[in-house]
Design a binder for this molecule. Structure first.
Ligand code: COA
Length: 260
């Protein structure tokens, strides 16, 4: 499928998803959110794709936020609907994807851009990246999960300060507080993310998706993450990859996983 606002490229088991509205600093309009949903769904259903890297086009921005021009005139109801639809269509959708998604933050990640990066399974930033949730400067609060995921990642006090001051932090600071896992020079960002992806690709795909699900369970209200872990652990025993992984270990050879 081809899209207007995003590019999808493949290298074997790896997909690169690039948000491509550079003249608008890749701001997330409704159409882009919808296209990202479709592309992620398509990649999720392609069993050959084991890892997705999500980035922004150009050298300046990952995503500079939700597209302000689209909601500047919204009413109370329309505002609530914008947040609800966005969370369901993209942000919760990414977080719950079975296929790991790495955010390669190549520049500004602001508002909805940082919220999108935070919905990904983990984040790597280039050294020029800047991150923040500036919604209060617009008379808003973060609406795509930012008030929930930022404290999960950096702690309540730091999240409060970032959101209330609308401060923008550089990549190194984001690394120090655990918002991103690594900081690398911009021209090495994608290669670095690919090297992490290759480590994931070597492992058993069903186990990877069960691990994502169990880790996410820790942050879901009303869900006992330990129970989720027990069930998922048990289910792994019914997979061909479990047999292959344990047999290969005992035979002192490398496992070859089929994702079954
Ligand atoms: N929504 C819509 N358009 C946006 C946008 C957004 N979130 N962020 C940037 N753009 C557009 C600008 O309107 C401009 O478009 P134009 O050339 O048609 O006027 C273009 O992208 C380039 O942005 P510009 O502001 O000129 O770049 P800059 O280098 O001077 O500043 C930022 C960069 C990121 C500091 C600035 O664009 C900014 O503050 N953006 C909004 C960030 C924000 O509040 N995000 C949260 C939204 S909820």
């Amino acid at each position: 499928m081809s899209y207007k606002n995003i590019l999808v490229t493949f290298t074997k088991s790896l997909a690169l998803l690039t948000i491509n509205r550079p003249t608008k600093l890749n701001a997330l309009n409704k159409e882009t959110i919808h296209e990202l949903h479709l592309a992620l769904e398509e990649l999720e259903n392609n069993s050959e794709i084991r890892v997705i890297i999500l980035t922004g086009s150009g050298e300046k921005a990952f995503v500079a936020g939700a597209d302000i021009s689209e909601f500047a005139h919204f009413s109370v109801e329309e505002g609530a609907q914008l947040a609800a639809q966005g969370q369901e269509t993209l942000f919760n959708f990414v977080e719950n994807l079975r296929t790991p998604v790495i955010a390669a933050i190549n520049g500004f990640a602001l508002g909805g851009g940082l919220e999108l990066a935070m919905a990904c399974h983990f984040r790597v930033a280039s050294d020029n990246a800047k991150m923040g949730l500036p919604e209060v400067t617009l008379g808003l609060i973060p609406g795509y999960g930012g008030t929930q995921r930022l404290p999960q990642l950096v702690g309540k006090g730091r999240a409060m300060e970032m959101i209330l001051t609308a401060g923008m932090i550089p990549a190194e600071e984001a690394h120090r507080i655990g918002l991103v896992n690594h900081v690398v020079p911009q021209d090495e960002l994608l290669a670095f993310c690919e090297s992490i992806a290759q480590k994931i690709i070597k492992n058993a795909p069903i186990a990877i998706s069960k691990a994502i699900n169990a880790i996410n369970a820790n942050f879901k209200e009303g869900v006992n993450g330990f129970d989720t872990e027990i069930k998922s652990f048990g289910r792994c025993f019914g997979t061909a990859d479990f047999k292959e992984g344990t047999t290969a270990f005992l035979e002192k050879r490398k496992a070859v996983f089929t994702g079954e």
